[in-house]
Design a binder for this molecule. Structure first.
Ligand code: ZN
Ligand code: ZN
Length: 202
C-alpha cells in the first residue's frame, strides 16, 4: 500500500506506475575527441537549468557511419538514430562531436534532436567561428554551446520552436541569430517544461 505523495519526475510530474526512474537522467556521450571543457559546460548547463542528473559516458568512436562523402559533413539524423538505438539504459543521451553536422535539407546544424525522444547531438565545431570570420573568444564559444545544448534538450523534453523574441527555443540557422538569444527559456516554454516550480503541461 502506497503512502505519501506519488513519485515525481524531475519536472514535478507524476511518474506513471512502471515508468523507469532511470529515464530521468541524461548521459553525455563524447563521440571521438571532444574538448573536456565543452563536456563540462554541457553537463553543468543541463544540470543547472533542467535540474536533471547528468552522467558522462566513456568516449565512443567518431561517427564515421554518418559521413556524407560528397558534402564532407556528417548526417546529424543518423547520429541521433544510432544514439537512440543504444540498448544500454533508458536515459536520454546527448552526443557531443567535433564533426561538422548537417541535415539533408540544411547546409549545417549546430545540433539536432528527436522531439520528445531519446537522443540529441551537438557540435561545437562551427560555434568557434565568428560570423565575419576568425576565431570566437572562448567565452563566446561556450556561451553558444550552452545555448545549443539547452535548445536540443528542450526538444528532447518535447518543446517545439518558439517565436518569442530571445527565447532559447527560437530556431537559429546562423550565429548572429544564436548570439541574440538570451540564455534562458521564455515564460511559456518554462511553463511547458515545468521549470521554476510551475506545473508542466500534461
Ligand atoms: Zn530546434
Ligand atoms: Zn519560448
Amino acid at each position: 500500500m502506497r503512502t505519501g505523495p506519488p513519485p515525481m519526475d524531475p519536472w514535478g510530474r507524476a511518474v506513471s506506475p512502471g515508468a523507469d526512474p532511470a529515464r530521468g537522467r541524461l548521459v553525455i556521450v563524447p563521440l571521438g575527441r571532444v574538448d573536456d571543457v565543452a563536456v563540462r559546460v554541457a553537463a553543468g548547463q543541463v544540470q543547472a537549468v533542467f535540474n536533471l542528473p547528468v552522467d558522462v559516458s566513456d568516449p565512443r568512436p567518431e561517427p564515421e557511419y554518418a559521413l556524407i562523402p560528397a558534402r564532407r559533413q556528417y548526417d546529424a539524423g543518423a547520429i541521433i538514430k544510432a544514439l537512440a538505438a543504444d540498448p544500454v539504459g533508458p536515459a536520454w543521451r546527448l552526443g557531443l562531436t567535433e564533426a561538422d553536422l548537417c541535415l539533408p535539407f540544411l547546409t549545417h546544424v549546430y545540433g539536432e534532436s528527436q522531439l520528445g525522444g531519446r537522443a540529441a547531438v551537438v557540435s561545437p565545431r562551427r560555434l568557434r567561428i565568428e560570423p565575419g570570420g576568425g576565431r570566437a573568444p572562448i567565452e563566446t564559444l561556450y556561451e553558444r554551446l550552452a545555448k545549443v545544448v539547452l535548445h536540443e534538450v528542450g526538444h528532447l523534453r518535447g518543446l517545439v520552436h518558439c517565436p518569442r523574441s530571445g527565447c532559447l527555443m527560437n530556431f537559429s540557422l546562423g550565429l548572429d541569430q544564436l548570439d541574440q538569444l538570451m540564455a534562458c527559456f521564455c515564460p511559456d516554454c518554462e511553463r511547458r517544461l515545468g521549470l521554476r516550480g510551475g506545473k508542466a503541461d500534461p
